[in-house]
Write a protein that binds this ligand. Structure first.
Ligand code: UDP
Ligand code: MG
Length: 326
């Protein structure tokens, strides 16, 4: 009897926020890849992150014409990190890839990524791109600075230029879904769960259509998230700086006592004193802020709020259709 070989299923997860222009281009490309990889089954899982344009309508139209298409639509915009989580949680494939909707991560790479996992025995193939065509000088400078800082203060390694674009085996996906933290920084989480990852360098493409959803402020908050979620060094730093200041104060006291005993004149040096008070209270306030940031993360974590709230999935669409037919 001929042995039936199990067909592997690959889920392609795409977080989408106002991507009505990119989606048709992306879908065409996904269909092309699935056609090329005939021996594997595919699932295209779109996460609609509270888009305000026609994204959801386009996805629903795709569901109607292609049964490989699935979606989860959020009740509002929860951010890309929530989109990634929802995608990994709902994907049913033996392998799961995450990719942007704008074709900046060329979907055609999936074939090579899959081959590398199968032939070379990796658990995950991830992409990084040291250069980013869309970025201006300022954004590039701060991005590089951030990688230097996080490299020094976090024990979870971060690859400079790493994208969220990656293909993972089911066991890695399950490990990530098990990490249910509310403040999510996926690049750190991917690195934290470990597994044997192959890094491929590639040249990032320009957006197929539409504009970037990340402005400078959003990126700044994202960078801060990365530090707060994967390093406690700022807290240790505050203790060290506090200790150094105590030491300086102690030495200064001894110098002043000795000086007063030898030469008299304990008063004097008011301007420098005023400056020192300002400086020290500035440092104290800064670290109070650092404490506050960690505490606010803790506060949100303790509340155990959901990472995302779904309002509709492809199942609702299909149920509605069945009701109509009855
Ligand atoms: N995205 C999302 N929710 C958001 C912002 C972005 O799901 O709140 C998606 C977006 O639709 C895209 C991906 O995340 O598929 C990357 O976004 P974008 O291309 O705007 O970021 P950039 O490539 O400029 O870093
Ligand atoms: Mg992009």
């Amino acid at each position: 009897m001929k042995k039936k070989i199990k067909r592997e299923k690959i889920s392609l997860v795409v977080p989408c926020y106002n991507e009505e222009e990119s989606l048709p281009i992306l879908y065409k490309e996904l269909v092309r890849i699935a056609k090329e990889m005939k021996d594997e089954d595919f699932e295209f899982l779109f996460i609609n992150d509270g888009s305000k344009d026609n994204t959801l309508k386009i996805i629903k139209d795709l569901v109607k014409q292609d049964e490989r298409v699935r979606f989860v639509s959020f009740s509002r915009n929860f951010g890309k990190e929530a989109g990634i989580y929802a995608g990994l949680e709902n994907a049913t494939g033996d392998y799961v890839a995450i990719m942007d909707a704008d074709m900046q991560d060329p979907p055609s790479m999936v074939k090579k990524m899959y081959q590398d996992i199968i032939e070379e025995g990796y658990d995950c193939v991830a992409l990084y791109s040291p250069k980013h065509k869309d970025y201006g000088i300022v954004r590039r400078f701060f991005t590089n600075l951030w990688y230097i800082i996080i490299g020094k203060i976090s024990s979870t390694p971060q690859i400079p230029g790493a994208r969220d674009f990656r293909l993972m085996k089911r066991k890695m996906v399950d490990a990530i879904v098990d990490m249910k933290e509310y403040n999510r920084y996926s690049k750190g989480i991917f690195s934290f769960v470990g597994f044997n990852t192959k890094w491929i360098e590639y040249e990032i493409q320009n957006r197929a259509a539409g504009t970037s959803k990340f402005n400078f402020w959003k990126l700044f908050k994202y960078a801060l998230e990365g530090i707060l979620a994967f390093s406690t060094t700022p807290l240790v730093l505050s203790a060290i700086i506090g200790l150094i200041f105590c030491l300086i104060a102690f030495i200064s006291i001894i110098i002043i006592i000795v000086k007063t005993l030898l030469f008299g004149d304990p008063v004097g040096g008011w301007p420098s004193l005023a400056c020192m008070i300002m400086f020290v209270s500035g440092v104290q306030l800064f670290f109070l802020g650092v404490f506050g940031m960690y505490m606010s993360k803790l506060y949100l974590e303790v509340k155990k709020r959901p990472i995302y709230i779904p309002s509709e999935t492809e199942k609702d669409l299909k149920e509605k259709k069945e009701e109509k037919n009855d």
